[in-house]
Write a protein that binds this ligand. Structure first.
Ligand SMILES: [Zn+2]
Ligand SMILES: [Zn+2]
Length: 371
């Protein structure tokens, strides 16, 4: 006779998340898998600033002003803080549908499409929603098994759908999306200022000491690329547009679709993108899950031994089966986009609306806050 020992193992939700992200510090830090270019970014910034601090700042501090190195240090710290904030945070990854949610969505789509004859191409999986009097298409993601919310896109590098997807940036080693875009922009902006600052005082140093410096050339080329990138993102922010939408020409006027998110006002668009509400992560990466693993032991006396290795404080919700998503999407909805997200077919909501709206392709009318 053998007894079955059930061991309850505590795991964090980040350990079970699908996709190609990597995590460290027990789920606190989240990045893409390829980090080589990110290390190069760190090396270039730290290397350039170290050369400036070591060879030029001592002379400039004595002969011009001690404020020069102090301001450079402050700017350098700000640049690094913004870079790490962009690189180590959740860009706005959307949880994948649970198997039962995915089945329900499939059923809903089949019911809406009717019988497709053999050999016939099934219609594209698209939902139409109306946002500020513009029809916006929501596309179905075959990997995440959800209808993507407006502006979301699937990142092929991270293998996840990201809300308000801008682009995947290898320089910061992460996707740039809804939750880290403003930090990314502040990083490029402050890096531009730092490069201009170092370049300017480099020239001053060369003129004052009448020495040659190859450093000036390096700064000059860096300056153009970084300032150009900042200028491009300033242009996008002024239109309340993402890089992804700009590349695809989503709001270029074809099909008479204008950008429904733009306030048609530079200041308002900048305020919304840079000073709007921040969004909590919907992944609940550090949430606790309990997993039962049973193994047989040749013990005749005990029928079953239940051993729990978890702490007693584990929350009840953690007893749910391993899932990719933690807290419900609703939690992360900003007030201004609540309506948008509602029809953006969060898998959980699809389920909750199930009996009422069997027609998956019926256009939903969404009103955003008035501009
Ligand atoms: Zn996806
Ligand atoms: Zn990515």
């Amino acid at each position: 006779m053998s007894a079955v020992m059930i061991t309850r193992k505590v795991t964090r939700k980040w350990e079970k998340l699908p996709g190609k992200n990597t995590f460290c510090c027990d789920g606190r830090v989240m990045m893409a898998r390829q980090k080589g270019v990110f290390y190069l970014t760190l090396f270039l910034i730290v290397g350039t600033c170290s050369l400036f601090f070591a060879f030029e700042c001592p002379y400039l501090a004595v002969h011009l002003s001690p404020a020069i190195p102090v301001f450079a240090v402050l700017l350098f710290v700000f640049v690094m803080a913004m870079l790490l904030r962009t690189s180590f945070s959740d860009p706005g990854v959307l949880p994948r549908a649970l198997p039962e949610e995915a089945n329900f969505i499939e059923m809903e789509i089949e019911a809406a499409n009717g019988n497709v004859l053999a050999g016939q191409r099934p219609p594209p999986r698209i939902k139409n929603v109306q946002i500020n009097n513009q029809i916006v298409k929501l596309k179905y993601c075959y990997t995440c098994k959800i209808f993507r919310p407006p502006r979301a896109s699937h990142c092929s590098v991270c293998d996840n759908c990201v809300d308000r997807f801008d682009h995947h940036c290898p320089w910061v080693g992460n996707c740039v999306g809804k939750r880290n875009y403003r930090y990314f922009y502040l990083f490029t902006l402050s890096l531009s200022l730092l490069t201009i600052y170092i370049f300017a005082f480099d020239i001053v140093h060369v003129v004052l000491r009448s020495v040659d410096s190859g450093f000036v050339l390096v700064c000059f080329f860096t300056l153009w690329s970084v300032v150009g990138l900042t200028g491009f993102h300033t242009y996008l922010i002024s239109l309340n547009q993402t890089t992804n939408e700009d590349i695809k020409g989503s709001w270029s006027g074809k099909n008479r679709v204008q950008n429904p998110y733009s306030h048609r006002n530079f200041i308002k668009n900048c305020c919304e993108v840079l000073c709007g509400p921040t969004f909590p992560s919907v992944l609940d990466r550090r949430g606790v899950m309990l997993e039962d693993s049973s193994n047989s032991t040749p013990d005749a006396s005990a029928a079953s031994v239940i051993k729990s290795s978890s702490s007693a404080s584990a929350p009840m919700k953690s007893l749910s089966p391993p899932t990719s998503n933690g807290q419900p999407l609703e939690k992360a909805k900003p007030t201004s986009e609540a309506g948008t997200q509602k029809s953006a077919s969060s898998p959980k909501e699809e389920k909750s609306f199930a009996p009422k709206s069997p027609n998956a392709v019926a256009p939903a009318v969404i009103k955003e806050s008035a501009h």
